[in-house]
Design a protein. Structure first.
Length: 346
């Protein structure tokens, strides 16, 4: 099929683009190239005849209409979003504009195109979201697709709003949609403001490794290439109007995750002292959710999907990728906010 991928120069979006091309699909990569985007992420497919790149903003309805008309996709995979919680605390307006208003304009452009094409039954609008829309868990329990939404940050609230829009466009207008809510992603090409690349790069620079609070926050970690595989699975086989939670089945406390990364670096890039000596506890993020955990029973039972990479395997692969690709992350060090503590304005 021909897939319009929004945000395809970002972290997860580029993994989807690379995998879709590898599996024989045609891809139109629509990206505004904001601070977290990088065309190097898709350099491996840039010369492929099945790949096209269009720089555009999902808030620009006229541009979206032109792109749909010119490329006539069979499906949309909507990944374009502002996604960093700390940045949402400092500047929530951008998150509302992109994640809410941008999703609205994309839905309307997709609906107009779908109607003009005669409402083809095989058309799909796949909206990719986050488990953060569900809020926080205590020490037990897991998020299911029926968990009530209770977002606690401007970022997660904006994603929750976009989820609701997508559901409404299906119920009201009949737009054939599927939705997914994923746990924390990690892996190659992860923009260096998120936890795992921050730990790797701070350690390599022999700088303090910041850990929020006491490091007791728990996340379920999903290797990005596993996630891309699951997203294509849902696009092709998911039930219309249904949502699927995608988890890595790899829960870990932040402090344990950081220590695992330090231990891997001790083996791969030995230093005079253990990297864990650099761990520094810092003031916690406002509204920091304690724990996320996903019950993946639906996607496992209905679509037969499970993650293939354990946390130990994924972290080893990720650390090695950063060691092997220093020019990639060096080029991003001067982008706004990278390497700085954000999210303290609250």
């Amino acid at each position: 099929m021909k897939i319009l991928v929004t945000g395809g120069a970002g972290f997860i979006g580029s993994a989807v683009v690379r995998l879709a091309i590898a599996r024989g699909h045609a891809v139109v990569n629509l990206d505004a190239l904001t601070y977290a985007a990088c065309l190097d992420n898709v350099a491996s497919v840039a010369d492929n005849q099945a790949y096209a790149f269009v720089q555009a903003d999902i808030r620009d309805r006229a541009a979206l209409d032109r792109i749909f008309a010119a490329h006539q996709p069979d499906a949309v995979m909507h990944l374009a979003a502002e996604s960093h919680v700390d940045r949402s605390i400092d500047g929530p307006g951008t998150f509302i504009e992109t994640n809410v208003n941008g999703t609205f304009h994309l839905l309307e452009a997709a609906r107009a195109y779908w109607v003009a094409q005669g409402r083809p039954a095989e058309f799909r609008f796949h909206h990719i979201s986050t488990d953060e829309v569900y809020g926080t868990l205590g020490e037990t329990g897991q998020f299911t697709e029926d968990t009530a939404y209770a977002p606690n940050s401007p970022y997660s609230a904006s994603k929750a709003a976009s989820d609701h829009l997508v559901r409404a466009w299906h119920e009201t207008y009949g737009l054939p949609v599927v939705l997914t809510n994923c746990s924390n992603n990690y892996g190659p090409f992860h923009f260096p403001e998120k936890l795992i690349p921050v730990v790797i790069l701070k350690a390599l620079a022999r700088q303090p490794i910041p850990v929020y609070g006491k490091g007791e926050n728990v996340r379920d970690w999903l290797y990005v290439e596993d996630h891309a595989d699951a997203l294509l699975k849902v696009l092709q086989e998911g039930q219309i109007g249904r949502s699927y939670n995608i988890g890595g089945e790899n829960e870990a406390r932040n402090i344990d995750l950081v220590r695992m990364i330090c231990a891997i670096l001790d083996e791969k890039r030995p230093a005079a002292a253990p990297y864990a000596d650099l761990i520094t506890f810092v003031t916690d993020r406002p509204g920091h959710d304690l724990r996320y955990a996903i019950d993946p029973a639906r996607i496992r039972s209905e679509l037969g999907w499970r993650p293939s990479v354990t946390l130990e395997q994924g972290l080893e692969k990720t650390v090695q990728w950063y060691l092997d690709n220093e020019p990639w992350w060096r080029a991003l060090q001067d982008r706004a906010g990278v390497g700085q503590r954000l999210g303290k304005t609250a």
